[in-house]
Design a protein around this ligand. Sequence first.
Ligand code: CP
Ligand code: NVA
Length: 315
Amino acid sequence: MAVDLRGRHVLSLRDLTPEQILQLVETGYQLKLEHHRGQPHPLLGGKTLAMIFQKPSLRTRVSFEVGMGQLGGRAVYLGPDDIQLGKRETTEDIALVLSRYTDGIMARVFDHETVVELARHAQVPVINGLSQWVHPCQALGDFLTVWEKKRRFAGLKLVFLGDFNNVARSLIFGGLQLGVNVTIACPSEILDSKPPDEYDEVIEWAMENGPRHGAVLTICNRPKDAVQDADVVYTDVWESMGEKGTKTKDFFRPFQLNAELFRLAKPDAVILHCLPAVYDEELTYDVSRLPNSAIFDQAENRLHAQKAVMAMTMR
Ligand code: CP
Ligand code: NVA
């Protein structure tokens, strides 16, 4: 069955089917090849994307803006002080107004409910550029990177070290649907301190959906056991944006991705980090520069994966 995402919102990979996720990854891969061959792909000529940011960004902002340019369209940046979402104007009114000017809305927000609310009222596709709950565009770029390096998904072991956060959740929602076994290695003290809905719901989803795709989610508090024989080792900051000073970093220290821990993974394991990194906290600089590290491919792949998302939803 052909995959048709026209007019669809992309708020979480949980809402997509494995076929849709694969199609986005494959389209992103083709767009990357075309771009590297110097072949233009103006699939969204004359179209406009509104980009709402409640939080800072390097990759998301630049890759969406450049991506719209490569697709023949343009992007309008709306920073935290511009529209003051929910303060100067309601989210509903912003969605309705932007729908009259633009062909798509990308939003980076604090509460996931804000992108849900935008999508409820918008008459154009809404794309989640990171919420506290998930980071779906990141995971699409990540799976494009995994595809480039491993040429398969089924049966791979992806280990995520650190906080059970937005990036971890998106890797679970996308990974299990692609047949990737996902292990989250997170300190018990951190898991125990989280509101249960932040992970119970994910574990329930994984138990229900993983087996259908031949993949399992493992939650573990022993980083060395987790990394053993991994094909992909992924880490992210211990404190996400908006959480500064809320976590005891000492709990995370044994989960740092350093040379000693990485040695336990498969020799050809790929190192991933969504960036920005805090070197010598979750990741050592030397490990980030190993030949196994694909962190800058990953950053580039945001561009191509997101072009796939925009081209398929905003056409
Ligand atoms: N990985 C990522 O989303 O980076 P930015 O916060 O710089 O957009
Ligand atoms: N978990 C991080 C990802 C940054 C791209 C955060 O939310 O800050």
